[in-house]
Design a protein around this ligand. Structure first.
Ligand code: FES
Length: 162
């Protein structure tokens, strides 16, 4: 079966190893969740019960922490997370068009992950480099002064596939 966000099977052996490595630590929950997400790409819902058992918590407490922290995810995400800024400075300098073009290139709407798990598309309020508006971020790299040509160059490999 092809890998899609719905069919991906997390490496629960690795999850168990990560949980074990935090057993002796005080206040382990957030760094533990972060490490699971860094390695697996997200926090598999199947990990919540083992985490709760390991640290004598209720599963709802673990879930509550995940829900509270916006940067923690319980669904698979793409290898490359694309964030288009929709803050005011970016908006007035064409951010809306940039978002539309990125959607077209990736074949994704906001919040969606591509079936091949390559890309996730998100929007953000402001990424803090307004002088370079309009901006997009791919993974850890910020791309400023975006225009349609630059968008096309960034997503050249997606031509005809999205
Ligand atoms: S509004 Fe886009 S970087 Fe600030």
């Amino acid at each position: 079966m092809d890998k899609t966000p719905e069919t991906v099977k997390p490496d629960m052996t690795r999850v168990a190893e990560i949980i074990d490595s935090y057993r002796e630590q005080s206040w382990p929950l957030i760094p533990l969740l972060q490490e699971i997400q860094d390695e697996i790409g997200y926090i598999p819902p199947e990990a919540i019960n083992p985490i709760a058992r390991a640290f004598a918590l209720f599963p709802s407490e673990v879930q509550g922490v995940i829900t509270f922290y916006e940067q923690l995810y319980t669904t698979p995400r793409g290898k490359r997370v694309v964030r288009v800024c929709r803050g005011t400075a970016c908006h007035v300098r064409g951010g809306k068009t940039i978002l539309k073009l990125v959607k077209q290139h990736l074949g994704l709407e906001e919040g969606q992950t591509s079936p091949d798990l390559e890309y996730t598309l998100e929007t953000v309020a402001c990424i803090g480099v307004c002088a370079l508006a309009p901006n997009i971020v791919i993974g850890k790299d910020t791309h400023g002064n975006m225009n349609p040509k630059k968008v096309a160059q960034l997503f050249e490999d997606k031509k005809g596939s999205g």
